[in-house]
Design a protein around this ligand. Sequence first.
Ligand code: SF4
Length: 86
Amino acid sequence: MADWRQLGLCATADPEVFFTSGPPGAALENLCRSCPSLIPCTFDALKRSDSGYQAGLKVVDRQAIRRWDRRQRNLETAGRPRKDKR
Ligand code: SF4
């Protein structure tokens, strides 16, 4: 079975997607939203601290998700329910 990286739309995308004249990253974000590898790519991106876009997320987006996840884990450790559970 193919690795999710090989199935990612960016593997065969037009290089213009990466060097757009529009808002930074807008074309790449749109590409990622329709990518079949978005979920594994997002998990991978959250494990690493590379610069630039990954899984359609900016560095600040990935930092915000990690902070949110740390807060949720801290709530659990303190014996309080995660705010994402109902
Ligand atoms: S989600 Fe985006 S960066 Fe990740 S594999 Fe797909 S196209 Fe590439």
